[in-house]
Design a protein around this ligand. Sequence first.
Ligand code: UDP
Ligand code: GLC
Length: 397
Amino acid sequence: MRVAYYNHTSAVSGAEINLMVTAKHYTKAHPIIFAPEGELLDRARKDWFEVVPLPSYNARLSRNPFRLAAGAAGMVRAGYQLAKAAAEQKADVIHANSLRAGMMASLFYWRHRIPVVWHLHDIPPKGLIGKTIRLYASLAAQSVIAISEPVMRDYKKLGNRVHLVHNGTVLSEYTEKEKAYSREKIRTELNTPQEGRVMTIIGQIAPWKRQADAIRALHALLEEGKESYLWIVGEPKFREENERYLEELHLLAEQLKVEKYVRFTGFREDIDEVCCAADLLLLCSENEPFGRVIIEAMAQGTPVVATSGGGVSEIIQHGQSGMLYATGNILELVHRIKAIEGDKQLYKQISMNSMDRIKEHFSIEQAAAKTEQIYRQAINGVLGKAEELRQSKGVAK
Ligand code: UDP
Ligand code: GLC
């Protein structure tokens, strides 16, 4: 089974990391990664994936009608190139790794006749735009994968063509000794005391990820005399607004006089080790559709305190495999941090439960196997329809 795994951008965030980790764990499908040149294809080549570079186009929507038209034309052109390349590669199925990629891949179904699986990583837009896209999906997508319930909700009408597949991750590969080594190494590198309490928040720097709330929580803990450190890991991507937000975060840390306790690390490749080195992972996002970092931290046994919106509560069972709090409620966030940090027994229990939860429900093997099954179903569906058509023509003759 040859899979054209199509990503419309080459920037790497959770959806792209999920793509690469899942594709590495297929046992039946052979993935070929189609994307514009850039970070994603560079990483894919390093991991020995077969890749097909596609022309890039400006993916930003604009209010300027000329730019909008140019953007739309670019999308159509890229969709056409994908259709051509997927057919040349004799793909059995196209796995489109975003709503936009799905729309582009399905546009040329009449030409390539390859079933398209749309993989939705974001909570879909509401209103007329949302309705139009849903109608298009119901007419054009052979299958839809949603990463969590809120992402799937509006698509339930597609019946057995819509599937919930949570991201999966690799279980911890580290022994306790190796974890202790990572802890020592990274704490030294980040100039953080070996025995200090360390919280980390990992992900793109963006207003909706609300890293400012983590800084405010740190401030509250320090005011209470609880010496703590915060590692803000990640970089601004995609928009200028995110660059500005990073500056605002630096300013906030200065204003609250906590800059001595905050480390801005930029983008790091060693997230598993960072999780081993920290005591807690915080996720402060507004409506996080899923949150790969949560499962990555839990896989290492690092307890997570996260906002309860979006798909997060499908991962964390409050009080057992982590803690949840209401978005923006700093008092509650601080209360949850203290509850875990202040009770060694509870900390250990949550750490162990987190690893068990990942093993049982979020392993990469499960996610890869479910995805391969969806490919099979999409292919069989199209073959079945073609056969029906052939027979009905035969009968008509
Ligand atoms: N990540 C990383 N280095 C960083 C920051 C983030 O490798 O410095 C990875 C992280 O391990 C996770 C992904 O980026 O796999 C972020 O995914 P998530 O779903 O949490 O958030 P997204 O950015 O996709 O909304
Ligand atoms: C998107 C979502 C994030 C999710 C990731 C992987 O980037 O924002 O919540 O974890 O995709 O599915």
